[in-house]
Ligand binder design. Structure first.
Ligand SMILES: [Zn+2]
Length: 390
């Protein structure tokens, strides 16, 4: 529900990085797929106008539950949070993953699934699709902090679901729920036919001001993670008019993502899949998952079975074969990539090979084992687990 305000962004300077690049985070980011994003968006669209309290709204909530179940979350982790505003009944859906070191401190990643006047594929099927991918990929990844994946309803009527959650869950818990930060994703679909390459990182610039400095810090970290784990550019802007605001008013620390090419279609029947940019959502998902791992302090060890060696292949580059015994080939698929570097590190993180603009790399002298190949070109950074097997 953000279309009223005009936004003026400030280009952020990315020279000061308070985060270092973590190969395991990139590996998980690389397991986000465009086809999953597209499926989430089109399925979300198929439930039609999901006005808070409507049958479509209820059906969309049920769809969300089946998604989390399919990712392997236990029934006890998936909690419906019902609320009533006037004569309207609806539910938030809250999925909790417990942290290893700080089980009672929560990183909240949230977005609303209710829509108004249209299917809301951008506002906010885009945010929901990203939260689903993040939940799928992090299901078995240890994080030091607990994570709540929250799908809010009632947003379009005035942040009703999130306000209910703050009043009746956060503040009604004993002791009050300890929230590390709230990361809201709302309307990150961009515009079809345009170059959508920049994401707005939103920080708290409103009252109460006691939490503003902390928000500025984590919003800069969000921008840094965006640069580390995606190809997107960032701007910093003010947080307003979405589900982080009730948390902000509760003196929690907030940040958020919002599109920089602001679409005029939200809150109309034209907020459809074809009018937005699914590739932008895919790129925002990478930035979001990189940042979420940073915020929740995810394991830096690559363990999951979906992270074992295979060919790396995306729109920009293909790195193959994997496993390999003698050579690694680097096939550049994006003609905008002129120069690139490739670094191979061993399992202990020691650099054992460095090359520039080479398409065929001899690894025949290295022992059988697990390595990490990092490809960089300008803003693009990709790290892949590579198996050398004799
Ligand atoms: Zn929205």
């Amino acid at each position: 529900m953000k279309k009223i305000l005009l936004f003026v962004g400030i280009i952020s300077f990315q020279s000061i990085f308070s985060q270092s690049f973590i190969p395991a985070y990139q590996s998980r980011v690389n397991s986000i797929t465009q086809s999953n994003i597209n499926s989430h968006l089109t399925e979300f669209s198929s439930y039609g106008v999901k006005t808070t309290g409507s049958t479509n709204n209820t059906n969309a909530l049920a769809w969300l539950k089946t998604k989390y179940v399919s990712f392997g979350y236990a029934a006890s982790q998936i909690v419906e949070d019902p609320f009533t505003v006037g004569t309207t009944n609806s539910k938030n859906l809250v999925v909790t993953k417990i942290g290893s070191l700080y089980p009672n401190t929560f990183v909240i990643i949230c977005g609303h699934f209710d829509t108004i006047a249209g299917p809301g594929v951008n506002d906010n099927g885009s945010g929901i699709s990203i939260i689903l991918e993040a939940a799928r990929i992090l299901k078995d990844v240890p994080t030091e902090y607990s994570i709540k994946f929250i799908n809010f309803s009632g947003e379009e009527q005035g942040l009703n679901g999130s306000q209910h959650y703050v009043n009746n869950i956060v503040n009604a818990s004993t002791p009050k729920m300890d929230i590390r930060l709230v990361f809201n994703i709302d309307q990150v679909g961009g515009k079809a036919g345009q170059i959508n390459n920049t994401i707005v990182c939103e920080r708290d610039e409103s009252t109460p001001t006691t939490n503003n400095a902390a928000s500025a810090t984590i919003t800069q970290e969000l921008a840094n993670c965006t640069s580390l784990y995606s190809t997107l550019l960032t701007t910093i802007g003010p947080a307003y008019s979405s589900d982080y605001i009730p948390f902000e008013n509760n003196n929690e620390v907030i940040t958020g993502f919002y599109e920089s090419n602001v679409s005029s279609f939200p809150h109309t029947a034209n907020d459809t899949y074809t009018n937005m940019d699914p590739v932008f959502v895919f790129n925002v998902a990478k930035a979001a998952l990189g940042a979420l791992q940073h915020f929740a302090v995810a394991s830096t060890t690559i363990l999951a079975t979906n992270e074992t060696g295979n060919d790396f292949d995306n729109d920009a580059v293909r790195i193959f074969p994997n496993p390999t015994k003698d050579f690694i080939n680097i096939e550049i698929k994006n003609r905008n990539i002129i120069t690139y570097n490739f670094v191979l590190t061993d399992a202990a993180g020691r650099m054992i090979l460095q090359s520039k603009n080479e398409s065929k790399i001899d690894v025949s002298s290295f022992a059988t084992g697990t390595y990490f190949g990092t490809f960089t070109s300008g803003e693009i950074k990709l790290t892949k687990k590579i198996i050398i097997s004799k």
